[in-house]
Design a protein around this ligand. Structure first.
Ligand code: EPU
Length: 736
């Protein structure tokens, strides 16, 4: 509609428009003189001479109703376009797939050929400037003809370019015969030449006998023939022959064999209009195609993100074939079906259209203006693909989770393509923006480190609860960790550190920003030096106790009872068996907010029960613990006692250790027990029957359930015993 408005404004008419939303496009048109209303009100169009409406407008729209009642002329978009075109020599580009790219190519080639064409195409084409333009100097008008609602019948062009004809828009047409009938009428109404794709059976059947028909394609019999096609990553090189005579070589900077075919059609048309082949070839080399047509959103050696408008099985097959031919390792796809009617009618074909994709995430249907059809959803297509034998398909009903699902499985060498005519490209754009940051993080941690997008934190917490980390980063060296701290500071990205996640309750919305998990490399090292044991923050605290045992050092046996890593036990001053971390700590090495390293002795450190404040804004990298020489049997006995205590008093089920700090008056576990709250539950979150200070995850519990149960315990302790329980477990992240 914006194209029609632009043309009418350029022709000097007074134009008003209405829509539910204003867009960049309506803003641009307002600058050209459009009077725009961000709602559909009859009074805003009461003095109009003519109302033009889109097929997407519902019949009960107030402007339509009022115009109908008052007998005002009402015409559809295509009728308006046909009327405008009548002032020039119309060239209509028609077909099921590739219309926008091809009409843009035609307009561009004619413009470069000096013919000053006017044009109307169905999308913003950067190389043309706008989607519609009126040039009073030229005699041609290039228009993309829309076959979806039968309005092709409106056109009486000079020439027509017929790309392909097949079953589509079955919400409007009963069958292929009905579609062919509309095309036949367009052909009949074309006064000059019909250019048609000889490789398309329906187009060939309908056009071949027309008295002024010129064929193009790859087939030997085509008047204009493309041959020796060489498909490169983002371009194609091919030879063009006219009735057996070589015209020359052309380069098209748009990928895919189907686009070469379209370009041969454009060459046929341009040549017949008198533009020399060399000029056509030079303009094709410069051509950049429409937005959302194999549009590259991000490109690096490791990843390629492409957005494409394909929403019909044939288009999807063509796009995925192109994607596959680019030669990256895997092709991952996010697909948003468009319209319930198409999903239902072509469900079988959709099931077979994704064979070139390694993984496909299918969202729910983008309805356009349609009402839902019972039993039809994205799952219909996902199921059909699985039945067809595709092994990498999943259905994701939460649209906002699509970029996360795809992002989390990314691996170097992946090509990711978003497919659909709705708003799936938004999900790809979010992924592209995050990938830019993820790649910088990867450069910091190097090949030995790891970076993952949207890593589910339920995989990294002992409670098995928690939404995704936007950027999950595993540095292996102190230098990389320091560099990460500086990068986050400079980019204003929040940074959070996770060790073994044994004392953590992450909310269901996950953690925004960078989540650093120092592990492996420097961080897992444990070294003995006399009575001292130095350990990186990634080492398990339990391993420190066992390293002590191996070196004949005791006094560390209590550590056996702590499931966490050194980093977490420092941060929390974790304890068990009446002992706590800082009783053994000699020195701590940490990085400050600028990534500078410092080492501080125990005497310089302020430490509390279950709290070491220094690590609120600084990041531990290692610690030195002191053990006391002791006979091995004694160490073994104490380790076994600790093990036994853990085994007999604590649940084996998934938990975050003790939920509450022990209040002075009574251990929290005993209190919960006395309050009779053991085994009480909310959803899959349950107070352990073994120990009252543990909440266990019975499988698939959410953070919301955990938090509700915590609140319930706190409220009961407050009401019945006047005790204010304080959580020991760290609660972090965003709500879902
Ligand atoms: N008790 C009950 N019912 C229960 C649980 C405990 O009556 O359901 C009684 C016990 O019989 C005991 C007292 O409460 O008389 C204390 O219980 P326990 O000995 O199990 O120790 P705790 O104080 O609950 C502390 C740490 C644990 C550590 C154990 C073992 C805190 C908040 N908890 O538990 O640490 O494993 O000692 O030494 O300090 C953790 O911090 O995550 C953690 C698990």
């Amino acid at each position: 509609m914006s194209g029609i408005a632009a043309l009418l404004l350029q022709l000097g008419h007074e134009v008003r428009g209405s829509d539910k939303v204003s867009t960049v496009e309506t803003d641009r048109l307002q600058r050209l003189g459009l009077r725009f209303h961000q709602q559909h009100r009859a009074e805003d169009a009461s003095d109009a001479d003519l109302i033009v409406f889109s097929s997407a407008i519902r019949s009960d729209n107030p402007i339509l109703v009022s115009a109908r009642d008052s007998g005002k002329p009402l015409i559809r978009r295509a009728e308006a376009l046909a009327a405008i075109m009548r002032a020039k020599r119309g060239i209509v580009i028609a077909g099921m797939h590739g219309k926008t790219t091809t009409s843009a190519m035609v307009a561009h080639v004619l413009r470069e050929g000096g013919l000053h064409p006017s044009h109307y195409v169905g999308a913003e084409i950067p190389i043309l400037g706008t989607n519609a333009h009126w040039d009073p100097r030229g005699e041609h008008f290039v228009a993309e003809g829309d076959e979806s609602d039968g309005t092709l019948r409106c056109f009486h062009p000079k020439h027509a370019l017929i790309l392909n004809i097949e079953e589509e828009h079955l919400d409007f047409y009963p069958d292929l015969a009905a579609i062919e009938k509309v095309f036949a009428q367009l052909i009949e109404q074309t006064s000059g030449t019909i250019f048609y794709n000889a490789d398309d059976p329906s187009a060939a059947r309908l056009c071949a006998n027309h008295n002024a028909a010129i064929s193009y394609g790859f087939s030997e019999s085509a008047d204009y023939r493309g041959a020796n096609v060489e498909l490169r990553e983002f371009a194609s090189v091919f030879c063009v022959y006219r009735r057996g005579q070589q015209l020359g070589e052309a380069v098209l900077n748009v990928p895919g064999r189907h686009n070469v075919e379209n370009a041969v059609g454009v060459i046929a048309l341009g040549t017949e209009l008198g533009i020399p082949f060399e000029k056509i070839a030079a303009s094709l080399r410069k051509f950049q195609h429409a937005r959302r047509r194999f549009e590259i959103k991000y490109k690096s050696d490791r990843f390629l993100l492409v957005d494409d408008y394909a929403h019909h099985p044939t288009e999807i097959r063509a796009t995925l074939k192109t994607a596959r031919s680019i030669g990256r390792k895997r092709v991952l796809t996010m697909f948003q079906p468009h319209r319930y009617s198409r999903t239902k009618a072509l469900c079988k074909e959709f099931g077979r259209a994704f064979d070139d994709a390694d993984r496909v995430v299918v969202t729910d249907v983008y309805p356009a203006s349609e009402a839902p059809i019972a039993g039809i959803s994205g799952k219909t297509i996902a199921d059909e693909m699985a039945t067809h034998g595709h092994r990498g398909v999943s259905y994701q009903p939460h649209f906002e989770s699509v970029y996360r699902e795809v992002g989390n499985i990314l691996d170097s060498g992946d090509l990711i393509v978003s497919l659909g005519a709705g708003n799936i490209h938004e999900q790809l754009s979010i992924l592209a923006a995050d990938l830019v940051i993820a790649e910088k993080l990867k450069a910091i941690v190097g090949t030995e480190g790891d970076v993952r997008l949207y890593e589910p934190l339920s995989k990294h917490t002992t409670l098995r609860v928690g939404g995704p980390a936007q950027f999950w980063v595993e540095p292996r060296t102190e230098n990389a960790f320091a560099e990460l701290i500086r990068f986050c500071r400079q980019e204003n990205l929040p940074l959070f550190v996770i060790g073994r996640g044994s004392n953590l309750l992450v909310r269901d919305g996950g953690i925004c920003g960078v989540v650093v998990h120092p592990c492996g490399g420097d961080f897992d090292k444990i070294k003995i030096d006399g009575n001292e044991i130095s350990a990186g923050v990634g080492a398990k605290l339990r391993q420190v106790a066992y390293a002590g045992k191996a070196a004949g050092l005791g006094g560390l046996e209590w550590m056996e009872g702590i499931p966490g890593a050194v980093g977490g036990s420092l941060r929390m001053n974790a304890g068990a068996m009446g002992a706590q971390t800082f009783e053994n700590v000699v020195r701590v090495r940490y990085l400050d907010e600028n990534g500078e390293a410092h080492t501080k002795g125990r005497d310089e450190l302020e430490v509390h029960y279950r709290n070491f404040p220094l690590l609120e804004n600084n990041f531990a990298v290692s610690a030195v613990f002191r053990g006391e020489p002791a006979p091995t049997e004694e160490i073994v006995r104490k380790l076994e006692a600790s093990q036994e205590k853990r085994r007999t008093t604590q649940p084996a089920a998934k938990s975050a250790g003790c939920i509450f700090k022990n209040p002075d008056s009574c251990p929290a576990g005993k209190l919960v027990d006395e309050l009779g709250l053991k085994n009480s539950r909310i959803g899959k979150a349950r107070v352990s029957e073994v120990h009252g200070n543990f909440i266990v995850n019975d499988g698939g519990a959410t953070a919301v359930e955990m938090l509700e149960l915590i609140e319930k315990i706190k409220a009961t302790a407050r009401a019945k015993r006047g005790i204010e329980l304080e959580t020991e477990v760290q609660i972090v992240g965003e709500p879902a």
